[in-house]
Design a protein around this ligand. Structure first.
Ligand code: ADP
Length: 446
């Protein structure tokens, strides 16, 4: 509702299965003039709705199949998406015909997803998440088959679909691959048709990559944002390395393609070297990188200072290092970093180390207020079905196996039935922080 009103949408295309969700919202969407419905679903839910309701099939019936395309300036707006709102209100990004075209070419290049007309790409990503990561356009451009799971995003139907349809490529956020792994561990399926999987949207735990390696499926880590169309980096190791030598490259977020320029900026605004050690905020610019937000953010201007530098680079809000050979390693989102006694603790590093424990299915770490240190980490852990582990053991595992420094080890712990997720399947740390503040979590302090 927030997004439709902010974008002032006039037409909504909706699948009939979603009418129970849309119908109660319509009275609160004053700009919507038309609703176009496709697929099965109870139309009577829209009775009395103010906007005009159309059947998609009726709208297109009898129309000529050829269309006299207008000559548009390539820089005019072609599509919009909103950020998924992981850290605050969603922000609107407009893509031009030009940016989509150039981005699609990059997606299909060998050093990105390397798709050809011999591939079938399983797009698990929902359409509203960065234009389904640009894949509908990229696959169309190269005549690649595209598979979409509709509402059946749960691990069991996904596993069945992969075994049956044999996609060669797939794209989804890490939580989808975590869920699928648990499913195929319990009920083995053949996933080996997928020669390559693009995983991004949130940091991929290295333990997840290892587990899929054992299933013969290679996960390739990618970083991007709604503001970057989204392709920003992909983690293909340099040529000619052994599997062991490739590993340190595969667990990075990857390298920037030619169309994306990047720099790291320190707290004082200084530009940092690509030495693999100097950590700063990542800034990017390029032909498919947004230069402003649609209608601003929370009534602020289109290019708020905390989102764009004075010279026009996008401030990503992501913190990390870049190696001399150009590989980006993100340590955290600036808003999720735990600021403890003047030092920074990476929530992602703690999560990755925890998720490598055999009893842990998922783990999310957030900053919580602490009288002495300002902030300290709270570890919330989901155990695998039937598994047990006590907090002392997990803490010792972080130090001994995860290599986490003693002062960074969490003292606050909670076992939870599930990590709350955003609409696109990312860990929703806003919700965990609120649950903690309101005393909803059963926290043990060691
Ligand atoms: P939101 O900012 O609301 O989550 P997006 O879906 O556009 O909206 O997410 C972009 C953000 O997702 C990035 O700024 C980054 O923090 C995170 N992200 C995307 N890919 C990765 C990755 N491979 N590793 C770590 N973080 C990632």
């Amino acid at each position: 509702m927030w997004i439709v009103n902010h974008a002032a949408d006039r037409v909504v295309l909706v699948n009939g299965s979603l009418l129970p969700l849309l119908a109660p919202l319509l009275p609160h969407l004053p700009t919507v003039e038309h609703v176009v419905v496709t697929g099965p679903g109870d139309r009577s839910l829209l009775d009395g709705a103010a906007p005009r309701v159309h059947e998609y099939e009726e709208l297109i019936a009898g129309r000529p199949t050829a269309y006299d395309w207008p000559e548009l300036d390539e820089r005019t707006a072609a599509a919009m998406c909103y950020t998924s709102g992981t850290t605050g209100d969603p922000k609107g990004v407009v893509y031009s015909h030009r940016s989509i075209y150039l981005h699609s070419m990059q997606v299909n290049m060998t050093e990105s997803m390397g798709l050809t007309d011999k591939d079938t790409s399983l797009v698990v990503v929902p359409q509203f998440h960065v234009n389904a990561w640009g894949l509908p356009h990229a696959t169309f451009m190269s005549g690649i088959n595209m598979l979409m799971p509709d509402r059946f995003l749960q691990p069991a139907p996904l596993a069945e679909m992969i075994e049956r349809e044999k996609p060669t490529h797939a794209a989804a956020v890490p939580t989808i691959w975590q869920g699928l792994l648990a499913e195929v561990t319990a009920h083995p399926r053949d996933l080996s048709s997928m020669r390559q999987v693009t995983i991004g949207g949130a940091a991929c735990p290295p333990s997840l990559m290892e587990a899929y390696d054992r299933l013969g499926v290679r996960l390739c880590h990618a970083w991007g944002m709604t503001e970057t169309s989204p392709l920003g980096t992909m983690a293909h190791p340099p040529h000619g390395l052994t599997a062991e030598e490739e590993w340190p490259y595969r667990v990075t977020q990857g390298r920037f393609p030619a169309g994306v320029e990047a720099r790291l900026v320190g707290p004082g605004g200084e530009h940092l070297p690509w030495d693999g050690e100097s950590a700063g905020e990542l800034e990017v610019r390029g032909t498919w990188i947004a230069g402003a937000y649609y209608n601003g953010v929370d009534g602020e201007p289109l290019r708020p200072e905390d989102k764009f530098s004075a010279d026009g680079w996008l401030k990503t809000g992501d913190v990390g290092v870049i190696s001399p050979d150009g590989y980006l390693t993100l340590t955290d989102r600036a808003k999720d970093v735990i600021k403890s006694g003047g030092e920074w603790i990476s929530s992602v590093e703690l999560e990755n180390a925890l998720m490598a424990h055999p009893a842990v299915a998922e783990a999310a770490v957030v900053a919580v207020p602490d009288e002495k240190w300002g902030e300290r980490p709270l570890a919330t852990v989901v155990l695998k079905e039937g598994a047990t582990a006590d907090y002392e053991t997990l803490r010792a595992f972080l130090a001994d196996e995860g290599g986490i420094a003693k002062w960074q080890l969490p003292e606050r712990w909670a076992i939870v039935p599930a990590v709350p997720k955003t609409s696109v399947g990312k860990f929703d740390k806003k919700v965990i922080r609120r649950q903690y503040a309101e005393g909803e979590l059963d926290v043990t302090q060691l």
